[in-house]
Design a protein around this ligand. Structure first.
Ligand code: PLP
Length: 442
């Protein structure tokens, strides 16, 4: 494309430099189902391994199908470079392992996906990386937890169950005073929020969710904004300023801008060190499935959010509902963050608490006819789940309370079906929720 277009609807279809397949002129992005790539000669092979030249080496590290997806996701988020990985969990893991090693710490928001909490609290802590939790209702809580070993801040744009929008600029500004990058998980808010525009250094996604959009493939991405100076404070970011013995003593923070002309050492290190060592590559077949979803993400997000807004107004008036949790349904300072950070919609997810408590919640879920009862979010279909007995069931009481999951909380992910059908299904299930007992949900 000659003109650089910056609208998400267009980026999602045309973003990056792919126009058609160079070998066949195919317009749809081909699935390059290959593990390896023939080198032109020994010098070419050596140059690729030494990063003197960029090109395909091995599909654990890069693949042409994934490359198209990476360029589009980077452009959608307003970043410079992207690495796709096998899942959203891998994206979170890599984002932390790319800045922190044993003895270091990350200051993370308490408002997190349950799987991220268990990754942080259990697996990463066993590797010697401490995660310190800050309540994002006051951004200064992040500053209080910083010490010399703090390598990054971590937050989620629109975390469920609280559905409080994260104070991206406020926390990013604090971090930048100390040369600490902000890593944002933007899984629940593609298109309606671009954390990089508000100062985030790195944006990750579970592409499994709204970007994939159809519940057909598990995938993750890590976008390097190019806006963070990894060399400004060498003691703060040793992994980008000390020679890396695993790569011939390269200093990533200096070498990558010199080699590529772009300030993307975070993305390059994640690819050539973490994908090299840990694997977790995205299969090109799954990259293809995500590319199909990505093409319509802007349309879908608009419809998800419009439907959700309608549902919020319906639920607020329903006699069986005691509380509606939504990005705009908080006290003013928190609700104002939705206005500040979200564009074109206030999010696709809603939480509810029912008059009849936990039993009513379970009965409500079992009475839904069109909504699916699944652990996923971000499907075109409407979804519902009871987090305390499922997605958050591995958290202890303290972790549950910190994450905002009450025993009676039900999470709704509003799909893109016709609004009349969504309301009809919710209404009939709510009306059954207080009548008699059904067997407990899983
Ligand atoms: N981040 C968020 C906000 C999520 O909701 C999820 C999954 O639900 C993940 C990360 C993990 O993604 P995946 O299931 O693709 O590993």
């Amino acid at each position: 494309m000659t003109k650089k277009r910056n609208n998400p609807e267009t980026i999602a279809i045309h973003g990056g430099d792919y126009r058609s397949d160079p070998a066949t002129n195919a317009v749809a992005v081909p699935i390059y189902r290959t593990t390896s790539y023939q080198f032109n000669n020994t010098e070419h092979a050596a140059n690729l391994f030494a990063l003197k030249e960029f090109g395909n080496i091995y599909t654990r590290i890069m693949n042409p199908t994934n490359d198209v997806l990476e360029k589009r996701v980077a452009a959608l988020e307003g970043g410079l470079s992207c690495v796709t990985v096998s899942s959203g969990q891998t994206a979170s893991t890599f984002a932390v392992l790319n800045v922190a090693q044993a003895g270091d710490n990350i200051v993370s928001s308490t408002d997190l996906y349950g799987g991220t909490v268990s990754l942080f609290t259990h697996t990463l802590s066993k590797l010697g990386i401490e995660i310190r939790y800050a309540d994002p209702s006051n951004p200064e809580n992040f500053e209080k937890l910083i010490d010399d070993k703090t390598r990054a801040f971590y937050g989620e744009t629109l975390p469920n169950p609280y559905l409080r929008v994260f104070p991206i600029k406020e926390v990013s500004d604090i971090g930048r005073k100390y040369n600490i990058p902000l890593i944002m998980d933007n899984t629940a808010a593609p298109v309606i929020c671009r954390p990089i525009d508000h100062g985030a250094a790195v944006v990750i996604h579970s592409l499994t969710k709204y970007i994939g959009g159809h519940g057909t493939a598990v995938a993750g991405s890590i976008v390097d904004s190019g806006n963070f100076d990894w060399t400004a404070d060498p003691k703060r970011q040793p992994l980008f300023n000390e020679p890396d013995e695993s790569y011939g003593g390269v200093v990533w923070g200096k070498a990558v801008p010199e080699l590529t002309g772009a300030n993307v050492p975070f993305a390059v290190r994640a690819r050539v060190c973490l994908l090299r060592d840990l694997g977790s590559a995205l299969a090109p077949d799954n990259a293809f499935a995500i590319i199909q979803g990505l093409e319509t993400v802007a349309l879908r997000m608009r419809q998800h959010c419009a439907n959700a807004e309608y549902v919020v107004n319906f639920l607020k008036k329903h006699k069986e509902v005691t509380k509606v949790i939504y990005s705009t349904e908080h006290d003013k300072p928190i609700a104002n963050r939705a206005k500040k950070y979200l564009r074109g919609g206030n999010g696709p997810m809603i939480g509810i608490e029912l008059k009849g408590g936990i039993e009513a919640g379970k009965k409500f879920i079992e009475s839904l006819k069109m909504f699916y009862h699944v652990a996923n979010i971000g499907d075109a279909r409407s979804l519902a789940i009871h987090p305390a007995s499922t997605t958050h069931s591995q958290l202890n009481e303290k972790e549950l309370a910190a994450s905002g999951v009450t025993q009676s909380y039900v999470r709704l992910c509003i799909g893109i079906e016709h609004i009349d059908d969504i309301i009809e299904d919710l209404d009939q299930a709510l009306n059954k929720s207080s009548k008699g007992n059904l067997k407990a949900v899983s």
